[in-house]
Design a protein around this ligand. Sequence first.
Ligand SMILES: Cc1cc2nc3c(=O)[nH]c(=O)nc-3n(C[C@H](O)[C@H](O)[C@H](O)COP(=O)(O)OP(=O)(O)OC[C@H]3O[C@@H](n4cnc5c(N)ncnc54)[C@H](O)[C@@H]3O)c2cc1C
Length: 390
Amino acid sequence: MHTDVIIIGAGAAGMMCAMQAGQRRRSVVLLDHASKIGKKILISGGGRCNFTNVNTKPESFVSQNAHFCKSALSRFTPSDFIALVKKHRIAFHEKKLGQLFCDGSAQNIIDMLVSECEDAGCRFTLDCKVENIKKEDSFVVTTSKGTFTSESLVIATGGLSIPQIGATGFGYDVARQFGLKIVETRPALDGFNFADEDIREMTELTGLSIDTVVSANGASFRENILFTHTGLSGPASLQASLYWNPGKSLSINLLPTIDAEEWLLETRRSGSKVELKNILAEQLPKRFAEKFCKLYQPSVPISQLSDQKLTELAQLIHDWKVKPARTVGYKKAEVTRGGVDTNELSSKTMEAKKMPGLYFIGEVVDVTGQLGGYNFQWAWASGYAAGQYV
Ligand SMILES: Cc1cc2nc3c(=O)[nH]c(=O)nc-3n(C[C@H](O)[C@H](O)[C@H](O)COP(=O)(O)OP(=O)(O)OC[C@H]3O[C@@H](n4cnc5c(N)ncnc54)[C@H](O)[C@@H]3O)c2cc1C
């Protein structure tokens, strides 16, 4: 079969690219090895798909080249996607921090994209295993469903996260095959695991959630952390895992809304004879206050603690250093950090500079968004950008 465009990967970016190209009257076929379209969209946002973030800005993304995403993001904005969602009468709401979710199921977003693709004349070939790609006069893609040829080939196969629903490193292999560099890939937006000895120490905290500011590698996030049986989860931990580098510590501000030094010193000066763990439990969960005392200061009446000791404890409260062993890994990660090196691609078209006609879009590219709808916005924007040129 010959078409103008072959898109490998019928996920978020692939379908956006297909519908744009189809609307330009390009003939498009989407190939996907999955038997169902949009599995990752379906599980996104807890099943309601956090499909964009109204506060999207380039600073919300991590890449070796921080400027690369700007062009595509400026040409397809959250408002453009919202207009599409409204056109399909999909009810949605803002949950927090600019994050837009479907009121109903993420399936609404999949149905919307499929119907736009079909209206634009695009064809889907599912259960399709790609066996080989060659560039002759055109691209030749050999698959379990026959041979496809095209002028343009778009790789939209996403990242490595959640292999159990079909994520593969296929896109990176194609990039390497055509001589493109890959920025080291890592699971991200997955939270942290403690080292074994810390897991034993912290196990009593499992289930506790604390409103904090978590900082890693210069980025800070004010949201909850959640202690799990192996480490840290919760939105602030997930966000920090995008920025954290192995071997480094996180800094956790356990009481971001008060000055802990002033509070502890004043409590002592008021003549309080209450034990430290009970004082701390006024502002922190009781189990955490007890653990904090066990780790750093046996709980005695606060009146017995010196100014210097209270100042040290306040510093620990505002800058609690935690050294994770690793992030949780691809089985839980929402995204893959790293990917096809943006230096290899045109920021206007997503086309490979070394291989005209070959495009990379979506998560396979070294552009990774923070938690909160940013990764879909990148998928839409990069898919839209390529869709104008393929
Ligand atoms: C649990 C979870 C929740 C998430 N929630 C959100 C959220 O609410 N908001 C947000 O912005 N982001 C969220 N994300 C991230 C978001 O889903 C991805 O960043 C986004 O789907 C990437 O789009 P993509 O088109 O690049 O890749 P995908 O949507 O992953 O699509 C890739 C497609 O390629 C196909 N494919 C893979 N390998 C091959 C192969 N070898 N041959 C043929 N086809 C192949 C796959 O089957 C898939 O259909 C979430 C991720 C996860 C894992």
